[in-house]
Design a protein around this ligand. Structure first.
Ligand SMILES: C[S@@+](CC[C@H](N)C(=O)[O-])C[C@H]1O[C@@H](n2cnc3c(N)ncnc32)[C@H](O)[C@@H]1O
Length: 288
């Protein structure tokens, strides 16, 4: 596919997969192939190589697609005379590969056979609560989760409330980064990389979270260029009053969140929403 940047992202994800799978006896993969099944094919190739020339391992792969038309389009080759012409057919013909017409959800992760889960949540859409909170499925597992979101949404109705609020103090990519970082910290996951890129003229962010020893040991995967662009707040003069007000109002909340007082107590005491609590927590996590 002729999209240099997206190709590079796929290469990075594939490289991370190879690092993750090294010396493991079993791996579960979760992915959203859309119409380009290159990553999924490379996973199959990696297993075939390991089985034939290296250290064999068990693999299961759960693929999901929420768009019914796209889903059906990827199934069609299975019933044609020349299924090998389409990579989806090649991947789907393999053992332990499932493909479901649904939204990625907790159940997708629960059905993973292995405790070693490598997931590429290549959403490329808005950061919805359901999609962001998939991080929480990492509890008790050895994971590498890679998320991709759009960072320039026009319509924000489905954007997570905390991200939306936090984006007002900072900017959209940083808000997504901070939200995922706060969740990651709570689950003792490390942010391996976090950066923006432009694909087909759409600005995106990719964030990789992991607690896997192989991934954490590989410094070549580390890249984080997320910074708060303070200028954004300064130039948007119509927002300055609002920011000042929020800062004044939230100072007591900051103190309590910093002191480790639990969410329900803080929200009730200061009459703030869970979204505001999470925004403050994210802000503190980022060392602000
Ligand atoms: C960006 S594309 C995937 C691209 C592919 N990974 C690649 O390497 O080019 C995302 C695909 O996932 C689907 N999708 C988006 N959000 C989803 C969700 N929450 N659950 C399941 N599928 C989703 C979209 O319909 C689309 O086909």
């Amino acid at each position: 596919m002729k999209n240099e940047v997206k190709n590079a992202i796929r290469h990075l994800v594939t490289k991370a997969y190879e690092v993750f799978a090294t010396n493991k006896s079993d791996v579960s993969v979760i992915s959203l192939p859309g119409s380009v099944w290159e990553f999924e094919t490379s996973v199959i190739n990696h297993k075939d190589y390991a089985d034939n020339f290296g250290k064999p391992y068990n693999l299961d792969m759960a693929l999901v697609e929420c768009d019914t038309k796209e889903y059906q389009n990827n199934l069609i080759p299975l019933s044609t005379l020349f299924p090998h012409n389409k990579v989806s057919a090649y991947v789907l013909s393999r053992d332990n590969v499932t493909y479901d017409n649904l939204y990625a959800n907790e159940g997708t992760v629960k059905k993973a056979k292995s405790n070693n889960i490598f997931a590429w949540f290549d959403f490329c859409g808005n950061p919805t609560t359901q999609n962001l909170n998939l991080v929480n499925t990492a509890i008790g597992k050895n994971v590498t989760y890679i998320f991709t979101f759009n960072t320039h949404w026009r319509c924000s109705t489905n954007v997570n409330e905390t991200v939306l609020k936090f984006a007002e103090y900072s900017n959209k990519p940083f808000a997504i980064h901070a939200y995922l970082k706060a969740l990651a910290d709570a689950l003792q996951l490390t942010v391996v990389w976090s950066f923006e890129y432009v694909s087909n003229q759409n600005p995106m962010i990719t964030v990789c979270l992991s607690n896997d020893a192989n991934i954490l040991a590989d410094s070549s995967l580390r890249y984080n260029n997320m910074k708060i662009d303070k200028k954004i707040n300064l130039v948007k003069s119509n927002k300055i009053t609002k920011i000042k007000t929020i800062k004044r109002d939230l100072s007591a909340v900051y103190t309590d969140v910093k002191a480790g007082i639990d969410k329900n107590t803080v929200c009730a005491k200061h009459n703030v929403t869970v979204g505001t609590f999470a925004a403050v927590k994210a802000w503190i996590t980022m060392g602000k």
